[in-house]
Write a protein of this length. Structure first.
Ligand SMILES: [Zn+2]
Ligand SMILES: [Zn+2]
Length: 206
């Protein structure tokens, strides 16, 4: 398969679920590291801790949802929710975290690094996506931040992110989305909803 240089192959750990993210460059998305408890609980639910950095951070690239496609294994995609706001996607085959979305109308997916196949194109994550622009929710970090952790967000970064997302929304780049039905808005897979106490066990286990 010939890939456009701006195409990023997507792949779960075992290779059953595959896809492609198009138009990938530092200026077509927003990369950050999230230390929030929900992202940590998601990684622990999947029993895949190496998705997190040493302080519990998840490396996420937010981009328009309509630029992600699954090319294989779509039936193995699953969804987890801690709340009604965020849909967290993963693969059933090998429990690879895919990314987070905020419902069918919000045009953004936060792709998680574990589903990215940048190695296949011989380039590092920093080369493909640019370095992370900021960190968020560091008060939930579970250890000292790594020495290369990005800075907290500045006001101008908030404004940059807001203007990018507004642009994606205005240009209709949230559709067609692989995560929700274009007509009914139903999620691709019925979300499994964890109760707060189930979530709590994920937080204190380790
Ligand atoms: Zn897999
Ligand atoms: Zn988070």
């Amino acid at each position: 398969m010939t890939l456009d240089p701006k195409d990023l192959p997507l792949r779960c750990r075992c290779g059953r679920v595959r896809g492609v993210a198009s138009e990938i460059a530092p200026y077509t998305g927003f990369r950050f590291v999230c230390y929030c408890q929900d992202c940590q609980a998601f990684a622990r639910f999947l029993e895949w801790r190496d998705v997190l950095d040493t302080a519990g951070g998840t490396d996420i690239f937010q981009m328009p949802m309509g630029r992600v496609k699954f090319t294989a294994g779509k039936d193995a995609v699953r969804c987890l929710c801690f709340s009604s706001k965020v849909f967290r996607w993963y693969t059933d085959c090998c429990r690879t975290p895919i990314g987070n979305t905020a419902g069918p109308r919000f045009p953004v997916v936060g792709l998680i690094h574990s589903f990215m196949g940048h190695d296949a194109v011989g380039r590092s994550r920093d080369e493909v996506l640019g370095a992370p622009l900021c960190r968020i929710y560091e008060s939930s970090a579970v250890g000292p931040l790594p020495p290369n952790a990005p800075a907290p967000p500045s006001l101008s970064l908030f404004a940059l992110r807001a203007s990018r997302i507004l642009g994606w929304w205005l240009r209709g780049l949230g559709r067609p989305t692989p995560f929700f039905d274009d007509h009914t808005n139903a999620p691709l897979s019925v979300p499994r909803v964890l109760t707060p106490s189930e979530r709590a066990t994920l937080l204190f286990r380790g």
